[in-house]
Design a protein around this ligand. Sequence first.
Ligand code: NAP
Length: 288
Amino acid sequence: MTTPVACVVGWPVKHSRSPTIHRFWLKELALAGDYVLKPVEPDAIQAFLADFADSGFVGCNVTVPHKEAAFRAVAGMDEAARAIGALNTIWLEDGRLLGANTDAPGFLASLDQEAPGWDAAPGPAVVLGAGGAAKAIVYALRSRGFAPVTIVNRTEKRAEQIARNLGGPIEAARLTALPGLLGGARLLVNTTTLGMEGQPPLDLDLAPLADDAVVSDLVYVPLETGLLKAARARGLRAVGGLGMLLHQAVPGFEHWFGRRPTVTPALRAAVIETLGAAASADAGTDAA
Ligand code: NAP
């Protein structure tokens, strides 16, 4: 039997943390296998995915700018990928290329682990940002019963588009509506790049939030963002983006290598070690 090898395909792809995560689990579980970087230029991605069964890989993570190409290339996908309109994980099953979006379950698993009970009484939620990550977060929050989920974005049209595409109790609101929205919110999630190293800070007054509201920031460089600091200073539970980065990798590993890994403090420490070095070089906005 050949040793299973998975990869992350993107352009560029050299700053990806995925090899650190998957190699950590392979070693921890004493499994034969590897996970490598696979840079593929945009004009070569279609052929790469069409011939995936002959590539020698058992599957891969897909990162920018190839997510749309992967969405078109798979023979089937999970419900999250279909609803969100993007996928980040593919694998071969009986010769067919299948795909999933693992950002939504990864986000939910990180909150389950780091803020247990966060969804016990779901109510209104506010999502800042309307980029690629926001779609997965809005979908995830709807799946746990949060309503309404209100998207607030600098470019309002993008927020309206997500609300329209996903359907259900999802609204788009102006930035000026934020103080009022925060007053009723059970949860606030930042999915913008604000607060990320090299980006402007996210300037937000958290005073209107209820004392038992939860704050989440998808940014993980730095690990402790200004938003998280402000939330903790207010006594609120706050969850950073590293957990989502780690948990989104779990389903892919299970598909490719046959065992379901867990997100442990040791994995967290191993990835944190790589973040310092990569932080200044990587202004990328993608998890994989
Ligand atoms: P994206 O598609 O480029 O979207 C960026 C978002 O940030 C947009 O809503 C954009 O608003 C907003 N934004 C950027 N600069 C802004 C500014 N100066 N003022 C106000 N809003 C601004 O990026 P993405 O892929 O969604 O990623 C967003 C963040 O999530 C990144 O920090 C990324 O690292 C993080 N992320 C984390 C994980 C994880 O696993 N933890 C996974 C995915 C993403 P406009 O629409 O107005 O441009």
